[in-house]
Design a protein around this ligand. Structure first.
Ligand code: DDK
Ligand code: ZN
Ligand code: ZN
Length: 308
């Protein structure tokens, strides 16, 4: 059987083509928003998904994929999620209710320069591709470049390191574009999701310190409920909890920053697997990894963003 388009990994050019084709084919539910450009001047496109029911004062959810270049399952999930949502709208109750109750902003590739580089040059590249004057090493870790305890323990100020924090908070155009968009939509965006791999974890703030956020218990319960559903439906185990304790200290993260902006339902997902293939997850695993992630998104979105 021919594997579907959504069970394969796609090159950057392919993804840009897919973004425009999807928006054209679903012009009643999808709008393309240009939120900025990468260091190498590639466009950062966000797809805005909306149900056909116009509701005043709609809440919104944000999902970014591909912040780390080598985590190919992440952009694969964003594409898979968009097509699943569009195909099952007005068929599946969960999807219909989700899209009728909130707009969904999806950024399929937050780090296009790095993603391209993993296809052409180095499959294991993580950072973006910006260069600094001080060093001939390239790239900043975009998930250490946000203004949340920036460049403290768990990040590095050395340009050659994989977790280099950049020259200053939002020094990177990719991070600045996302931060600007969320700042200007902070009254409607109620749920922030950042999709990564690997490790099978559902994480929430803080990762910049061991301090618990005010609604820690609620976020813990949401993550726990989602992990339980994945365990029950797919017999797969996802760890869950506050990032600093569950994975490691990681300051300057997009999720911590979004939380501090006021988006108090903020999560980072580490998708499959647990390390057997790691970042090189075979295409045959895409469907299962995306179904597991979808279950978590639906579970958290139903509870999290509907609370007000
Ligand atoms: N805010 C960071 C959440 C925890 C760390 C997530 C991982 C994903 Se690869 C990282 O950025 O190192
Ligand atoms: Zn990552
Ligand atoms: Zn990761």
């Amino acid at each position: 059987s021919s594997t579907s388009y959504y069970e394969r990994y796609h090159s950057l050019g392919d993804i840009y083509y897919w973004i425009n084709k999807t928006a054209q084919e679903h012009s009643d539910m999808v709008k393309v928003i240009l939120i900025g450009s990468s260091y190498e001047k590639r466009p950062l496109y966000v797809l805005k998904l909306s149900g056909r029911q116009e509701r005043a004062e709609k809440r919104a959810m944000w999902i970014d994929c591909g912040i780390h270049a080598r985590e190919w399952i992440s952009p694969a999930f964003c594409l898979w999620f968009v097509q699943y949502s569009l195909n099952f709208y007005n068929q599946n109750n969960d999807i219909t209710e989700m899209l009728n109750s909130m707009d969904i902003y999806v950024l399929p590739v937050m780090n296009p320069d790095g993603y391209k580089y993993t296809w052409t040059t180095n499959r294991m590249w993580r950072k973006n591709r910006s260069s600094s004057k001080e060093s001939n090493c390239v790239g900043t870790d975009l998930n250490r470049n946000f203004d949340a305890n920036w460049c403290t323990k768990g990040a590095s100020n050395r340009p050659c390191d994989e977790i280099y924090c950049g020259q200053f908070p939002e020094s990177e155009p990719e991070a600045e574009a996302v931060a600007n968009f969320l700042r200007s939509h902070k009254n409607s965006v109620k749920l922030y999701l950042s999709i990564h791999s690997y490790g099978q974890m559902l994480l929430f703030p803080y990762s910049c310190s061991n301090e618990e956020v005010p609604n820690h218990a609620e976020l813990f319960e949401l993550a726990q409920e989602a992990a339980m559903k994945i365990r029950r439906h797919y017999r797969n185990n996802y760890k869950y909890g506050a990032s600093a304790k569950t994975i490691y200290l990681a300051p300057g993260g997009s999720d911590d920053w979004a939380y501090n902006l006021g988006i108090h339902y903020s999560f980072t997902f580490e998708l499959e697997d647990r390390g057997r293939y790691g970042f090189l997850l075979p295409p045959s695993f895409i469907s299962k990894a995306c179904n597991e992630a979808l279950l978590a998104v639906k579970s958290i979105a139903r509870r999290g963003a509907s609370n007000r």
